[in-house]
Design a protein around this ligand. Structure first.
Ligand code: CA
Length: 501
């Protein structure tokens, strides 16, 4: 009874959204946990055997586990761009993996997910990793840093500017570096070398660099990073404490906005390199430090779920957990744990890893919980993607999406709610690695991969995921008509500038 009422409620909400600004009857808090580099096989409820993820498994038990969810990019920056804007990153030049002092990649004024939710009366917060550029570039970290998250719809932001393995190794809160000391100005360079201030610390292991990884420009906290940084010594984070810091901030945000509605994007640093677990997690998994930071991530999820329980917000909060791209098998840092990775494949049976157009690059864990609205303990094989967040949040909050906003964002709310659908909310999806080419096009059970070059028939791979999820059997040579059809569609989607109907 309850479920059918909710089903009708969702339908009327959707109908209303097209014609009226009338407030929908249900307006849940939204806690969106975007983890980093967590692969399809890294979580217990997705088949991991050598790590334990009880809190993520709880989400699967109390919500729906999606088996065909994608990050649209197989590396960080393009994924985050698409998630926030509803637009494929490859449509905008310069949206590949951003330097730590890159200019803001999203233009202020863009209707982003937090901007849309703020229109609907939500308090919007970012805690965690940004990696979408700041300021006009190259970013000056010594003054007021803008534009950034606050100019793109977030009411508050506590964040890592880029990633843990690149400088600057400081947190930014709203427009300022946390703990900034004017007497020790911060200089950051991704070009000419500046200074060299190795500040070694005993991490209990030695994080050496393997080969020409690029992680050798600055040594901060004893860990080599990408890019050069001098100054800001008092402001530098402690790598072992990043998860604790971000978790405390997330809990604080939820506590302060308990009267809701709120939208919190908790973009964890875990499990991105350099994968430095807090000492209390070290040695707790059977997969070295990489497994230990999965435990640390699961602990973070447990802390925020417990906060929702404690504040009696669980029933009225939509919780989503996913990852920004597929898992990486080998750490750049030689921390002695790589040999243990073989015990458990980060991407399960999928082919490819982070940075690949194969499924392992972008098919990611995706758990959704909203008690009474999203089926508990269910599995969904619906095709969904992070780029759908904008249109889905518009439908959820009863707001029409302007034609120019979110050109690649589909409303997949019916898939989240487990509604019976005559047609799937999304049956095609364009996937990228780090730049505008090569791309992959998913349609139905088929996926076409560009190999680069002149785009002759031989420049494609074609797989039928329905019976070949591991992508072992390239069908391009046997299916020339399908290659032609899908490559023509991909060309059209490139040229149209949009894919949303
Ligand atoms: Ca990532």
């Amino acid at each position: 009874m309850k479920r059918s009422l909710l089903f009708c409620g969702a339908l009327s909400l959707l109908a209303l959204s097209a014609f009226s600004a009338e407030a929908p009857r249900t307006r849940p808090n939204i806690l969106y946990i975007l983890s980093d580099d967590v692969g399809y096989g890294d979580v217990g409820c997705y088949g991991a055997t050598h790590v334990r993820t009880p809190h993520l498994d709880r989400l699967a038990k109390e919500g729906t586990r999606f088996t065909d969810a994608h990050s649209t990019g197989s590396v960080c920056t393009p994924t985050r761009f698409a998630l926030l804007t509803g637009r494929y990153a490859w449509r905008q030049p310069g949206t590949g993996i951003a330097a730590g002092n890159a200019a803001a990649l999203i233009k202020p004024g863009t209707l982003t997910v937090p901007a849309l939710l703020r229109q609907a009366g939500y308090s919007t917060g970012l805690v965690g990793k940004w990696h979408l550029g700041l300021g006009d570039g190259p970013t000056d970290f010594n003054g007021e840093i803008r534009p950034g998250p606050l100019e793109l719809g977030f009411d508050s932001a506590f964040f890592i500017p880029a990633t843990g393995d690149r400088v600057p190794c400081v947190f930014v809160e709203n427009h300022r570096v946390v703990g900034y000391d004017a007497a020790d100005p911060i200089r950051v360079s991704y070009g000419p070398r500046i200074g060299d201030e190795p500040t070694g610390r005993d991490l209990g292991t030695t994080l050496k660099i393997k080969g020409d990884s690029g992680h050798s420009d600055s040594v901060i906290n004893g860990i080599p990073r990408i890019g050069f940084m001098t100054g800001g010594k008092a402001a530098r984070w402690v790598d072992e404490d990043i998860a604790d810091t971000l978790t405390a901030r997330a809990v604080k945000f939820i506590e302060e906005h308990r009267d809701g509605p709120f939208f919190l994007l908790l973009a964890t640093h875990d499990i991105h390199e350099p994968m430095v677990p807090h000492p209390r997690f070290r040695g707790t998994s059977e997969c070295g430090w990489r497994g230990d930071v999965i435990h640390q991530l699961d602990w973070t999820v447990g802390q925020v779920l417990a906060t929702l329980d404690r504040l009696k917000l669980t029933e009225n909060t939509l919780v989503i957990f996913t990852s920004d791209n597929g898992g990486a098998i080998k750490s750049t840092y030689d921390d002695g744990t790589n040999a243990l990775h073989g015990r458990q494949s980060p991407n399960g049976a999928l082919r490819g890893i982070k940075g690949s157009l194969y499924e392992g690059g972008h098919r990611v864990p995706f758990l959704a919980r909203w008690p009474g609205h999203i089926a508990a303990g269910a599995t969904s094989a619906q095709l969904i993607a992070h780029v759908d967040t904008l249109a889905t949040c518009a439908a959820l909050t009863g707001q029409p999406l302007p034609a120019e906003a979110g050109p690649d964002s589909f409303n997949v709310l019916p898939a989240l709610l487990g509604e019976k659908m005559a047609t799937p909310p999304r049956d095609q999806l364009v996937l990228q690695n780090n730049g505008p080419a090569p791309l992959a096009l998913r349609q139905g059970g088929w996926v076409l991969l560009e190999k680069g070059g002149r785009r002759t028939a031989a420049d494609y791979e074609l797989y039928n995921l329905t019976d070949d999820l591991a992508q072992k059997n390239d069908r391009a040579a046997q299916e020339p008509a399908r290659v032609q059809e899908l490559s023509a569609l991909l060309k059209k989607l490139r040229e149209d500038g949009r894919s949303r109907p």
